[in-house]
Design a protein around this ligand. Sequence first.
Ligand SMILES: [Zn+2]
Length: 234
Amino acid sequence: MWQNKYKKAITLSYDDGIKQDIRLIQLLNKYHLKATFNINTGLSDSSFDFFIEGHHIEHLSFEDMISLYHGHEIAVHTVTHPFLTNLSDREIEKEIVDDITNIDHIFKQKPVGMAYPYGSYDDRVVDCVKASGLKYARTVESSYQTIQQTDLLRFKPTCHHNDPKLDEIINQFFAYEGDEPQILYLWGHSYEADVDQLWDYLDNLFNNISGHNDVFYGTNKEVLLQNVSLDGNI
Ligand SMILES: [Zn+2]
């Protein structure tokens, strides 16, 4: 457990398994940061590519993902990225359990967490997540907090990686000298770096938050789950 050695941890979360993750991973690895990648195992085909403001958003092949995400965590984002709250219990279960099974099969590693597609969830969806055995599930609601959370199936990230309040939060995080463990949890999509021209911004951000001796840098499961050792085993 990182809390035995550190009082602060930083983790990142990126969704959708897309080609801009290649450039993002180069940045993460350059600064020795760790992230979790939430993927849809039913969309890894060019027919599911999409466009945002003229930018072609392509999904990665599983083959590319295996080598690319090495050293980071793969987590569930459902098979086909639906609004889960619109589905029946049976359909929700299938979207989650099939993604778990596919990830286990492809990456030889059973996922323990997920991110809700579109941030869409309710109590019924959470019950399905719980029944699937997953240990944490990330929403898209900013907590603007770095304190530890107890409801990990409704986990609220600190904020989006491009939030206007992030600078202030980072300053507070590094200035904190109390005894409560602190977690800075940022999330986003790597395609935003193309669409919103954020590559230089992300390079600066990652540079700022990396390399602090008193901070544990881990994947989501390493940071959020109590029973994970520092080498990522459960
Ligand atoms: Zn998504």
